[in-house]
Design a protein around this ligand. Structure first.
Ligand code: DX5
Ligand code: ZN
Length: 223
């Protein structure tokens, strides 16, 4: 899979959201948007209206990470807002089959995420229908946390499972990804790198994003 950089704006200056995205746009493949409801996670961010407001300011793919208790309820509005893909937490879904069908019905790429303590096996039954898998490397909710390296074997296992499935499923990492931890994720087989504070907490976010883009390289065949 081609490697992708997906800066997360969670810890950017949200009062200048469009300008912040513009800073990293040249090197960002996707823009990662963390949608939190204050219920599934103890933090509350933004929802479809903000995604829609940002849409005219960039042509980058919007990768929406839904840390909410009822992700299915947001799908129609996110599709209308111009989201490209939605990643739902398996812990929040009582019927993943229905949720994946709903995402496809709205023309959204679909991913499943799991918290560090949730076994990968919870996602594997859906691999043949997924566009993306996200084994979180921090407890979801906040940027700036330390990378949990105990998740590395899970990333490697996900990589093997994707290879065995023979489908172009993206393997995303999110949480504590920085210049020191990204190479370890690369080694484990990750191909989409969400980077929050290591970009937007840097003195020069544009330069930090560029450095990440170089660190990642291009990856294999386009997929
Ligand atoms: C956390 C979010 C992340 C967050 C990552 O729950 O899902 O996308 O922005 O931020 P860093 O890169 O600072 O860990
Ligand atoms: Zn995220």
């Amino acid at each position: 899979m081609i490697r992708r950089l997906a800066p997360s704006v969670l810890n950017a200056d949200l009062a200048q959201l469009a300008d912040q995205v513009r800073l990293v746009e040249e090197t960002a493949d996707w823009i990662h948007l963390d949608i939190m409801d204050g219920h599934f996670v103890p933090n509350l961010t933004f929802g479809p209206p903000v995604v829609a407001a940002l849409r005219p300011h960039t042509d980058r793919y919007f990768d929406c990470h839904l840390m909410v208790s009822d992700p299915e309820a947001l799908l129609p509005d996110l599709a209308d807002a111009g989201a490209g893909g939605v990643t739902m937490h398996v812990e929040a879904l009582d019927d993943p089959d229905r949720a994946l069908r709903a995402a496809a019905g709205h023309g959204l790429d679909a991913g499943l995420a799991c918290k560090p303590g949730t076994p990968l096996e919870a996602l594997l039954p859906w691999l043949d229908r997924l566009d993306l898998v996200l084994p979180m490397t921090v407890e979801p909710g906040f940027g700036g946390q330390a990378f949990d390296e105990r998740v590395l074997p899970k990333i490697a296992a996900a990589h093997r499972a994707i290879a065995a499935a023979g489908r172009p499923v993206a393997l995303q990492v999110d949480g504590g990804v920085n210049a020191a931890t990204a190479p370890r994720c690369l080694e484990a087989g990750a191909d989409v790198f969400v980077v929050g504070t290591a970009i937007f907490g840097a003195d020069d976010p544009a330069a930090a994003a560029k450095a990440f883009r170089e660190l990642l390289g291009q990856g294999g065949e386009v997929g």
